[in-house]
Design a protein around this ligand. Structure first.
Ligand code: SF4
Length: 241
């Protein structure tokens, strides 16, 4: 049976598979998806460590696989600079951004709504404009409380498959892969961040889970921006948030 149809117990595989077996499994998932979806297979690159690891794996399968980056007016300058360098290295990465006016400090008063405008809507635009049939993400099930129940292959939106090829990798294995493959990473990691997002919503934390520094002090703490939880194939103006 192809790995795309697997019903494996992923929580068990997190500890059962070794580093090399996990890389092989990830590459097989990407290869099978590329055979199935061809140019409709596209990677969502957040410019975080997990994304650049999966991007590197993807390039090992085919240099032709495209990607998209969602950026916002609130991304740290280091991330913007890293994005510019990545796009020069990989012109097949397309940038999407929502420049529409939103209420000031919406990230404080209503971070869900802020993420919806600045992250979810542009992701929908990417799905539509790039004619994506299957998107690849860097989600991992050990990242935090909101990421424990994903599958390697999902269809949350009808007609849009999501592939999470490094779902069972641990944080240490991601760094191991990046180091062994000389993959360039966002310089903010050198300052102590473990999970990167927009500047007002990302903090350096110690202890806790990897995403504990995201939206600290709000009900969204350690949570999600919405691109993994909200529908992506709806009308392009919104779904009534
Ligand atoms: S992470 Fe923060 S600033 Fe960025 S879109 Fe979400 S709420 Fe807004």
């Amino acid at each position: 049976m192809s790995l795309l149809q697997n019903k494996d117990d992923l929580k068990e595989l997190v500890d059962k598979l070794n580093f090399k077996e996990k890389i092989d499994r990830s590459l097989t998932l990407i290869k099978e998806a590329y055979q199935e979806y061809g140019d409709g297979l596209v990677l969502a690159n957040s410019l975080g460590k997990d994304s650049v690891a999966v991007w590197d794996l993807t390039k090992k399968v085919s240099s032709k696989i495209r990607g998209f980056i969602i950026t916002t007016r609130f991304k740290p300058k280091e991330t913007i600079q890293f994005m510019k360098e990545e796009v020069i290295r990989y012109p097949e990465l397309k940038i999407f951004k929502n420049d529409a006016e939103i209420p000031g400090k919406l990230y404080q008063t209503d971070p869900d709504r802020c993420c919806y405008f600045l992250k979810v809507l542009p992701t929908r635009w990417a799905v539509e404009q790039m004619k994506i049939k299957c998107w690849i993400t860097g989600l991992r099930c050990t990242e935090g409380r909101t990421r424990t129940d994903f599958k390697e292959v999902e269809e949350r939106d009808e007609g849009l498959i999501k592939l999470n090829p490094i779902l069972i990798w641990k944080e240490r294995e991601v760094w191991q892969y990046l180091s062994l493959n000389n993959v360039k990473v966002n310089p903010l990691y050198a300052k102590g961040y473990r999970s990167l997002g927009c500047e007002p919503c990302s903090m350096i934390t110690s202890g806790g889970d990897e995403r504990a520094g995201r939206w600290t002090g709000t009900s969204k703490c350690g949570g999600e921006c919405g691109i993994h939880t909200r529908p992506l194939k709806v009308n392009m103006d919104g779904d009534g948030i």
